[in-house]
Design a protein around this ligand. Structure first.
Ligand SMILES: *[C@@H]1O[C@H](CO)[C@@H](O)[C@H](O)[C@H]1NC(C)=O
Ligand SMILES: *[C@@H]1O[C@H](CO)[C@@H](O)[C@H](O)[C@H]1NC(C)=O
Ligand SMILES: *[C@@H]1O[C@H](CO)[C@@H](O)[C@H](O)[C@H]1NC(C)=O
Length: 269
């Protein structure tokens, strides 16, 4: 009984693919990107029709959503190659593309919309500021840049590039948000820090931020309530983008951190 029910469902779904053109699945969809004027960019797209008898590749076309033009990709793998983008004076700030996948006698599916933006020198949304910390605590220097949150962030200590791999005992990490986190602060961490945000073709240095490290007062037998080193902030992200929220706190004993979403615990496992 169970087997025959299963069989019926399978038959129905094969029928549905043929009649409505569903079942075309994207393996690769174009991603949002930024590009410096005059540079080239490749948008990828790949789709197939999934059938019990085997998969069939879909034909790919590309639509420019701003001027409505539809083109066949020059690349055999379906990728759209855009050269010398944004090179003219009157070029738009952003172009939007969508991939159209079709299979003869089956139908058509459209991908997500990929935005290609003209990149401009990054501007700081948040810069590192002076910090006073005690040995053994956590210190964080924020660094957040627009226009794209995908700018590469590196750090300088005392005006020299700071190679994370060499950072002592990996106490220092750059969080996905760009924030520099120093765990178990030591007196040798004192100094002046700067973040360097870069996108292809341009970079910008932040203000100087001083880390002053005090030796801990004798806290044996005391507890110190937690205080935040960083707190999550309101953020806007596009669908499919990665969102990072930072949180760190000092206190004695060392505070543990849990997250809530809409008032409910998030299981981070
Ligand atoms: C498709 O081909 C283009 C041009 O040869 C290449 O740049 C692109 O990376 C390829 N895409 C994939 C997904 O391999
Ligand atoms: C940061 O500390 C340095 C050195 O103590 C000082 O010169 C500078 O004015 C401070 N900056 C701010 C914004 O307080
Ligand atoms: C900032 O980063 C960019 C890109 O990696 C690099 O070209 C530039 O030299 C860096 N600036 C400094 C002051 O280190």
């Amino acid at each position: 009984m169970l087997n025959s029910l299963h069989y019926l469902v399978l038959l129905y779904s094969i029928g549905a693919h043929n009649v409505f053109g569903a079942g075309i699945t994207f393996i690769l969809e174009p991603r949002d990107t930024t590009v410096s004027p005059g540079m080239s960019v490749v948008l990828n797209c790949k789709a197939e029709l999934r059938m019990p008898s085997g998969n069939k590749p879909a034909q790919i076309k590309w639509k420019n959503l701003i001027d409505g033009e539809v083109t066949r990709p020059a690349a055999a793998n379906g990728s759209l190659i855009l050269s010398k983008l944004f090179s003219s004076e009157d070029a738009r700030e952003v172009e939007q593309f969508q991939c159209i996948a079709s299979v003869d006698n089956v139908g058509t599916a459209v991908s997500r919309v990929a935005s290609v933006r003209r990149s401009v020198a990054p501007e700081f949304l948040q810069q590192p500021g002076n910090i006073t910390s005690y040995e053994g605590q956590i210190a964080q220097f924020p660094c957040l840049a627009s226009p794209n949150l995908h700018a590469r962030v590196s750090w300088l200590k005392n005006k020299r590039p700071f190679i994370m791999a060499e950072a002592q005992e990996s106490r220092m990490i750059i969080l996905p948000s760009g924030t520099l986190e120093i765990e178990y602060v030591e007196s040798s961490d004192s100094g002046v820090y700067q973040c360097n945000v870069s996108i292809p073709g341009s970079s910008r240095l932040s203000d100087e931020a001083y880390l002053t490290v005090n030796s801990p007062t004798d806290l044996s037998g005391h507890t110190v309530p937690p205080t935040f080193v960083s707190k999550p902030q309101n953020l806007q992200v596009g669908e499919g983008e990665t969102l990072t929220l930072d949180c760190a706190a000092n206190g004695v004993p060392r505070p543990s951190i849990t997250w809530l979403k809409d008032g409910l615990d998030i299981d981070l496992e």
